[in-house]
Design a protein around this ligand. Sequence first.
Ligand code: C2E
Ligand code: CA
Ligand code: CA
Ligand code: CA
Length: 278
Amino acid sequence: ESKRLKNSAHLFRDAMQENYLRNVNIEQALRGAIENHELHMVYQPQVSTDGSFYGVEALIRWTNPRLGSIPPDAFIPIAEESGQMPTLGRYIIETTFADIQQIQHSLGISFSTSINLSARQLLEPDFATYFINKMQQENIEGVWLTLEITESLLIEDTSSVLPLLHAIKNKGVQLSMDDFGTGYSSLSMLRMLPIDELKIDKSFIDAALTSKNAQQMAQSIVTIGKNLEMDVVAEGIETKEQLEMLTRFGCDRFQGYYFARPMDKDALIRYVKGTFFP
Ligand code: C2E
Ligand code: CA
Ligand code: CA
Ligand code: CA
């Protein structure tokens, strides 16, 4: 018995060590990722209730020759902890701006683009100035931009973040609360921040068809959003049944594999042309 325990302790330690080493590897490889052109952005369509194309969410992708493809969930936190988020964040914004200019030009339409912001980016004192300058340089109007933030922001000092958010919002940019319902203090956060859009977390959408409880949660989130005059977006829609349920609840927009996976800019151009303007 004690030998078994010892073995499992070893296994645990080995797993910890392996995980630690992997994180160190990721941290180091990430330092060269931009220069080595290992990163790119992909875009996942958002569809309105009437079935029309609304816009996209920009998501980052990283493939390293040695480590393979690393999901953003794995490397964004490491980028934050190792002080690489300012550089990575700028790469995300500048690449997305350049890509969407090209996509919109090619399609001959303007559409909304959502960019994920890490809480760390908002703590950079010159972030608002930087973002607004980039918008102007690239000639992108605020009405076509949404910034997605998460509740982790609340852990940080909101008093410094508020003026920054207002400065950006004054340029017409919308603010979206991502993964709504998964963190804590969601409601106080909604009261404090100038939010335009709620994104219902995928976990509620996943469970909504099988759990009465999750279904009621999803419905309540839509009601909260509507009462606060926000748009409500359901993400992670994978089935027709989910789409029908969330439509019934009153969601304004949908995103998920049921419609399309995230795709690179050329694939997005083909997809939008083929699906919405055939
Ligand atoms: P998120 O912001 O909640 O993004 C939605 C995630 O759900 C994306 O995963 C997307 O590919 C995935 N997804 C969308 N529809 C479906 C579906 O129908 N089924 C399933 N199973 N998944 C779906 P991804 O791209 O791996 O990103 C994971 C997380 O990493 C994001 O969650 C976000 O928190 C973070 N992230 C990704 N790109 C960026 C970025 O450019 N900046 C920042 N700060 N974070 C990012
Ligand atoms: Ca998001
Ligand atoms: Ca989300
Ligand atoms: Ca998420």
